[in-house]
Design a protein around this ligand. Structure first.
Ligand SMILES: NC(=O)c1ccc[n+]([C@@H]2O[C@H](COP(=O)([O-])OP(=O)(O)OC[C@H]3O[C@@H](n4cnc5c(N)ncnc54)[C@H](OP(=O)(O)O)[C@@H]3O)[C@@H](O)[C@H]2O)c1
Length: 377
């Protein structure tokens, strides 16, 4: 039985992880749960799963907790607890960096949905994982697809390129002149996936796809020029790998995050995932591909530039994007301004090469403050 720590248990990834635990109660023990603002749901989850520990921003009092559950001092304590076998990292944003880093330093397996820490500090995380025996298991559907395609392959010598697929997000068909003024409600209507708000907006700007290129660069040690992106509106092919002989492997399935979540939880075993609908090729009918239009998705272009530039630029990219999305969802800026806030913050930044943890955290704090000033103006 694996003892699980679920970070971000009240979110979309966290709730779907608990669905898998419900289906396989003899394989997993929910050892600890963490959330942020959704205390009621966290307590409901605690009553159902009886974790040893939980954590949220406003900690519950002892009489609110079910028997056998204690509030613990912080998320890092959960992620590094000696009794934890697998950390499901379902937090959103750069706040996930420290728990991820410390879990890897403690030699844990971290099932990683929370892509922002890999974007902001990919070199640091992969270096520390290798040094301390920690392991990052991809959960994000595109890196998971690549990981699945690479099983049994010679990654160093056999792979020509990775091909990441993109649905194109909620606004793919909207006339370009209307995109800048869409409302949060419009941008939150993802055509194929049901996810948390931040990643849904990142999917509409396609910042998310830039993040996945950066994520794949680090997780699979793949040079930038060998990671391509193609628009695939049906979200059935989750990504592909082209090999040296010209063969291409693709991983297909219905767009349901329980599949990659469960794959990481049982890796390398495959078991039935009864909750997800089965793939029907006849119903899927056509699988189509289109070239990415950079004019429609300037955030994607900026993300790649920041990734290639390296240093603390990717940290600033991710932090300023969080601030800009928060401002957009709060009605303080337009959708079209998200890109402007991110680029204006990046333009003011003086990057540090090969940053330490302290330098990454300093760049993150600087970027948040700078992006907020830009939003205010
Ligand atoms: N959802 C998907 O299908 C999907 C697919 C691929 C990748 N991902 C990635 O997975 C991550 C989670 O996405 P999601 O859609 O599940 O997000 P979500 O629904 O917004 O959930 C985020 C979780 O993180 C917690 N959280 C928020 N801010 C926090 C903070 N400052 N400190 C600690 N915990 C905090 C939230 O707690 P409260 O709810 O209590 O506030 C919630 O439990 C993201 O990085 C996303 O890019 C998601």
């Amino acid at each position: 039985m694996k003892r699980l720590a679920i970070l971000g248990s009240t979110g979309s990834i966290g709730r779907q992880t608990l669905d898998i635990v419900r289906a396989y109660p003899d394989d997993f023990e929910v050892f600890a749960l963490s959330a942020w603002s959704n205390r009621d749901l966290l307590l409901e989850q605690a009553r159902e799963f009886r974790p040893r520990y939980l954590y949220c921003q406003e900690q519950p009092s002892a009489d609110e907790l079910p028997d056998g559950t204690e509030a613990i001092g912080g998320i890092v304590e959960i992620a590094t607890h000696p009794d934890v076998d697998l950390v499901m990292q379902g937090m959103v944003g750069n706040a996930g960096l420290l728990p991820t880093l410390e879990a890897l330093r403690a030699g844990k397996q971290v099932a990683m949905a929370n892509k922002e820490p890999v974007v902001m500090a990919g070199a640091l995380l992969t270096r520390e994982a290798a040094r301390c025996g920690g392991e990052i298991l991809p959960v994000d559907s595109e890196p998971s697809a690549i990981w699945q395609c690479l099983q049994g392959e010679d990654v160093e010598k056999g792979v020509r390129r990775l091909i990441i697929t993109a649905s194109g997000g909620a606004l793919r068909r909207l006339p370009l002149e209307e995109v800048a003024k869409v409302t949060p409600e419009q941008a939150l209507k993802h055509p194929t996936w049901s996810m948390g708000k931040k990643i849904t907006i990142d999917s509409a700007t396609l910042m998310n796809k830039g993040f996945e290129v950066i994520e794949s660069h680090w997780l699979f040690s793949m040079p930038w020029e060998r990671v391509d992106v193609v628009v695939h509106p049906q979200s059935i092919i989750h990504s592909m790998v082209e090999f040296m002989d010209g063969s291409v492997k693709a991983q297909l399935g219905v767009p349901d995050m329980r599949l990659p979540i469960q794959y990481a939880m049982f890796y390398p075993q495959r078991l039935p995932c009864e909750q997800a609908p089965r793939f029907d090729p006849i119903a899927a009918a056509a699988l189509t591909f289109e070239e990415m239009d950079p004019a429609r998705y300037p955030c994607f272009v900026t993300a790649l530039e920041a990734g290639h530039a390296g240093g603390t630029y990717p940290t600033v990219l991710s932090a300023s994007d969080e601030v800009a999305i928060d401002a957009f969802l709060g009605g303080r800026i337009n959708f079209g301004d998200i890109h402007g806030v991110v680029t204006a913050t990046l333009d003011r930044h003086e990057s540090t090469a090969d940053p330490s943890l302290e330098e990454v955290l300093a760049a993150d704090a600087w970027a948040r403050e700078t992006a907020r000033e830009i939003v205010e103006r």
